[in-house]
Write a protein that binds this ligand. Structure first.
Ligand code: BGC
Length: 853
């Protein structure tokens, strides 16, 4: 039963997956039956990638697909955004990730009969994504139309150890009769997702802003294609962005009898066909080694050389080395990052799948950002958002800091463009784009895009967290500080002082959009102001830190950016004077200055077929109500938790939770964390499950577009910060756990300045074990402890914090009188239940001007 339909008190883990088809297994995602019905979702679930290159879980025969997908992080085409009504400063350059040539196709013919999974007579079938090996494998037994049984085993891996490498293997064994076999292995430029028949298999019915824009024209212009021996290389250049790509494949055969090979290489199509007569029991093994290199400037010919070098290296090292290296890389990854759930194997499996997705989205991005869908799909056009800094980077900061560093350095590299963008918006400092690949703003809808100025503070927040957790002062002094300064400048300039009679003077920020995209362009959005205050203080503290500790770095900074003491004092003054609005009448923080004046959307009575709201209502309809797409105030309560009392958190949560739709997958994890903190333990678990299975259970109906990477990162945060009660705002890590009922234990790891500690929470105690490094001081519910390598430390726990059954009362504020005397009563737009037909006949012909007829 879906979690949402069960009573909140039911703490057994929900069945979002058909467990006959996808059995529980703590380390592997297993599929025991092939289905054509949910190809889009399974292509995402079984995608493999390394943060640079990603291959969707398309079946090898390449026939049926929801979306064929091969993606390279950052490899994009640009196009001119055509605004029907132009205005100054609108985003000009659209950017869309390119679906690069598909190397996944390996077609098998036995006695000229093709193996087509969707129609094949399959005696047995299993597909496994092993999260320790980092390999997707498939094992099936096919009965051909003439009755010959054929075992087909294949593997697919994108290497974490070698960024530019992917490997596939394909083994065919006839079990009954000798027969001719042919294996056609291809590399196909599908031109941005179209299949061989040039038809898009999944036309969009409704406009969904979460999908990628379609690239209408030819994107990849062929630049080279050559074949020599068993190696084929194709080279391309994007028509508009000019980005270049080379893709190479090489085949190795292991077969004890004779076989022949036919090679073809054309501009958009390359293949090698291997033909043999196979006797029963003989195995024909094909190994396909692939390499991709991309660039902004390097010509395809040179990229082809790089591909050759990658393939040469693999040839000399051998294939088994590549699989071993993959396993070693993942052993390391899991030793730093694993989270163990005692007492719930199904949740354990899903947790590992989510963490594995984070590695797949970012591990070898090596200086690219982390896209909203990683490299598993084209959703959101392959763009980077604040998802990276607020949702993915906490995980990497505490488990694989080098990955966090690389992603932050990518933001540093776009600082110049962010400065230019600030100028275009008439501000000082830097304004990072809401969504981008190449550093330019790509959000054509400014109200829910560019207006999210908080992106600046989100980046500053991630830098601060990273530097405090790792002690990487080198990054801070050389790069991070410039971002902190330029973002602080933007806030200091964007905000202004306003004196309200009887209320003193405060620093205001007007005309911005907070994280909640169901309310836009508002004054004094709570999240924005709270995070801007943090950003201003953080910049001031870090500039002073440089001044005190590294005068050389400080003088370099002042000559680079001209920071003065007066300016720092001004940032501090703005931070101290920041308007943090409070509604006395309701006893809550209003989301923005006008928020509480709006009517409250009646979510309880909104028909299920009108959700998510963004697909059924014009933005203006949504904007005039109090209704949230995603956590906004509640997110501020988490990220800047020390700035609020527990009572305030509870009151705000009680108010906002019933009007939060969760239409964005970025919401549930945050609601889970604050629900856990304030005591709604059952609700915390509910939100956690709903986030854990966002893709595995396709809970938002768009898992086919790719993995929701922010949610996967949020799953880690919900575990470590939510249930583990970890907080990192002070000088030492603090813990105040909230272990869910029904879990025996929760074990996670965090690394702080070279010390990695394993934190195991049980219902009545928690244990800290140093796994690496000298030691650490931690605080548990107000008591400090020094951890050393000598022995683990166990701290008794008196319960798991406050426990409130159920969820906030959705009607609690109904009937409340606002400060202006009006009463809060939820309502709905008029046409929510049925369309209102026009009264007059629609006569397009008559409306048009006929003078030219
Ligand atoms: C959310 C944004 C998020 C984006 C990409 C949107 O639906 O509202 O907060 O950054 O998705 O994941």
């Amino acid at each position: 039963m879906k979690a949402a339909q069960r009573p909140l008190g039911d703490t057994s883990s929900p069945e979002y997956l058909d467990r006959l088809r996808f059995p529980v297994d703590p380390w592997r995602l297993v599929e025991t039956e092939f289905s054509k019905d949910d190809l889009g979702v399974t292509e995402t679930m079984f995608a493999v990638g390394n943060g640079y290159l990603g291959l969707r879980g398309n079946v090898e025969d390449g026939h049926d697909a929801h979306a064929h997908g091969t993606f390279i992080n950052g490899f994009h085409e640009t196009w001119k955004i055509l605004h029907a009504e132009e205005a100054y400063g609108f985003a000009r350059t659209g950017q869309t990730i390119v679906n690069v040539p598909d190397p996944k196709i390996i077609r098998l013919y036995v006695n000229d009969e093709p193996l087509l999974l969707s129609i094949a007579d399959l005696v047995s079938y299993s597909r496994v994504l092993d999260m320790r090996d980092g390999v997707l494998s498939r094992d099936l037994l096919w009965r051909t139309p003439s009755g010959n049984r054929v075992r087909v085993r294949s593997k697919r891996m994108v290497s974490f150890a070698q960024r530019h490498l992917a490997v596939m293997t394909f083994e065919v064994t006839l079990l009954d009769e000798e027969a001719p076999i042919a294996i056609s292995s291809q590399l196909l430029n599908r031109q941005a997702g179209l299949d061989e028949y040039r038809a898009n298999p999944s036309p969009d019915v409704i406009a969904d802003p979460r999908k990628a824009e379609k690239l209408e024209k030819r994107v990849l212009e062929p630049r080279l294609h050559h074949a020599a021996d068993d190696r084929i290389v194709l080279g391309y250049q994007c028509a508009a962005s000019g980005m270049t790509l080379a893709a190479a494949m090489e085949h190795w055969v292991d077969f004890e009898d004779e076989y022949d090979v036919v090679t073809e290489a054309e501009e958009d199509y390359a293949k090698q066909v291997f033909r043999a007569r196979a006797k029963p029991g003989q195995t024909f093994t094909l190994t396909k080694v692939l390499s991709y290199h991309t660039s902004r400037v390097v010509p395809p010919r040179e990229l082809a050389d790089r591909c050759n070098r990658t393939l040469d290296r693999v040839r000399s090292e051998g294939i088994s080395t590549q699989f071993e290296d993959q396993r070693t890389w993942l052993e390391d990854f899991w030793s730093r990052s694993d989270v163990e759930i005692g007492g719930d194997e199904a949740v354990q499996q899903a947790v590992r799948w989510n963490l594995f997705q984070l590695a797949q989205a970012a591990a070898r991005g090596d200086g690219h950002g982390i896209a909203a869908k990683g490299v598993t799909g084209s959703g959101y056009g392959g763009h980077y958002f604040w998802d990276s800094e607020i949702y993915a980077l906490p995980f990497f900061t505490y488990t694989s800091p080098v990955i966090a560093r690389n992603a932050l350095r990518y933001r540093y590299r776009m600082l110049g463009m962010a400065e230019k963008r600030a100028g275009e918006l008439a501000q000082n400092g830097a304004l990072f784009p809401w969504r981008t690949i190449n550093g330019e703003e790509a959000s054509a809808y400014y109200a829910a895009g560019t207006a999210q100025y908080h992106i600046d503070a989100d980046i500053a927040y991630a830098i601060d967290k990273y530097v405090r957790a790792t002690g990487d002062d080198d990054f801070l002094a050389r790069e991070g500080i410039d971002i902190l300064v330029q973002t602080a400048r933007m806030w200091a300039d964007l905000g202004f002082w306003r004196k309200i009679p009887g209320d003193g003077e405060s620093f205001r920020i007007h005309g911005v959009t907070g994280p909640d995209e169901y309310t836009t362009v508002v004054n004094d959005n709570l999240y924005t102001n709270v995070m801007a205050r943090f950003n201003l203080r953080c910049a001031a503290q870090n500039v002073r830190k440089l001044q005190d500790r590294w005068p050389d770095q400080y003088s370099r900074l002042t000559s680079r950016l001209g920071v003065t003491d007066e300016e720092i004092a001004e940032w501090e003054r703005a931070a101290d004077g920041m308007a943090i609005l409070w509604d006395e009448q309701l006893g809550i923080h209003p989301q923005d200055a006008l928020f509480n004046e709006r009517e409250v959307w009646d979510l309880e009575n909104t028909p299920a077929d009108k959700r998510p709201l963004l697909l059924h209502f014009h933005p203006l309809v949504i904007y005039r109500f109090q209704v949230l797409k995603q956590a906004d105030v509640v997110l501020a309560l988490f990220l800047q938790g020390d700035e609020f009392t527990l009572e305030q958190k509870k009151a705000d949560f009680d108010y906002y939770d019933p009007i939060t739709t969760g239409d964005s997958t970025l919401s549930g994890v945050v609601q889970s964390i604050i629900a856990a903190e304030v005591g709604y333990h059952q609700l915390a678990q509910r939100y956690f499950w709903d986030s854990l299975y966002v893709d595995l259970g396709d809970l938002h109906g768009n898992a086919a577009d790719g993995v929701h990477v922010a949610s996967t990162g949020g799953v880690w945060s919900a575990l470590a910060y939510g249930f583990g009660g970890f907080r990192d705002q002070g000088d030492v890590p603090t813990f105040d756990p909230r272990l869910p009922e029904g879990w025996d234990s929760l074990t996670f790891r965090i690394a702080q300045r070279g010390t990695r500690v394993r934190v195991a929470v049980r219902q009545d105690e928690m244990t800290f074990t140093i796994e690496e490094g000298p030691g650490l001081t931690v605080e548990v519910r107000g008591h400090r402890f020094s951890l050393t390598q000598l022995q683990p430390l166990t701290v008794p726990l008196d319960g798991q914090g406050p426990r409130i059954a159920g969820a906030p009362d959705a009607t609690k504020f109904h009937g409340t009188v606002r400060a202006d005397g009006t009463v809060i009563r939820p309502s709905l737009p008029t046409n929510v239940n049925e369309e209102i037909p026009p009264t007059h006949e629609i006569r397009l012909d008559e409306v048009l001007d006929h003078t030219n007829d």
